[in-house]
Design a protein around this ligand. Sequence first.
Ligand code: NAD
Length: 230
Amino acid sequence: MVIRELTGGLYFGTPKGVEKLPDGTERGVNTMVYTTPEIERIARVGFEVARKRRKKLLSVDKANVLETTELWRKVVTRVGKDYPDVELTHMYVDNCSMQLVRNPRQFDCIVTENTFGDILSDEAAMLTGSIGMLPSASLGSAKNRAMYEPIHGSAPDIAGKGIANPIATILSIAMMFKYSFDMEDAAMEIENAVEKVLNRGLRTADIAEPKAKKVSCSEMGEAVLKELER
Ligand SMILES: NC(=O)c1ccc[n+]([C@@H]2O[C@H](COP(=O)([O-])OP(=O)(O)OC[C@H]3O[C@@H](n4cnc5c(N)ncnc54)[C@H](O)[C@@H]3O)[C@@H](O)[C@H]2O)c1
């Protein structure tokens, strides 16, 4: 689970923009900025989510060179004192990126700032075989308010072909039950249905081995639904 701060950091910080310099060249600027409340807020989300999982939280930063993430590490560590049941560790983002490929099983829950989370979540998605497998949630600060969607985009290159993998979307509904409605049983039923269908060998094109039989998007969806009804 990658918990990515989504409203601050490099994508929103100011000053930003491209300016013309007197010598005719241009200068592009973005600013990675975080305040204590912004870090506290996402850290708490991280600890709460970790509590619902293996009670391990890894905070990813680049505190050796970026001062803003030096503050990140300090604040996450402080918030961690309120969650003594969750084991908190830290890792630099470059190492994390490497470790995800080397030994993904060492990870359970990652909390990180916006840009690092953008990149690491796509990398983590691919570890599952396809971006079509991973659900996501944009959690609001108000309790239970969130938006659930697959991690991928609208996949315009395969639109209308009936070959998209619907599992990321289906698992997003499971996340909704778990994180907004506190209905772990319903979430688990959906996750189990998906797992059973995969264990039976059903594969959409993105996760099929070469020459293996492929099912369409709607065939996969129907199969999960049938399993759920069972
Ligand atoms: N969360 C989001 O809102 C989000 C995330 C990524 C991209 N987007 C938007 O989606 C549009 C397309 O972006 P993109 O092409 O860079 O990313 P994308 O995620 O739509 O597609 C990337 C690649 O993954 C494949 N893919 C994606 N979903 C798949 C699925 N369910 N099954 C099988 N293959 C799948 C696509 O065919 C494509 O080759 C853009 O407008 C982008 O801004 C939105």
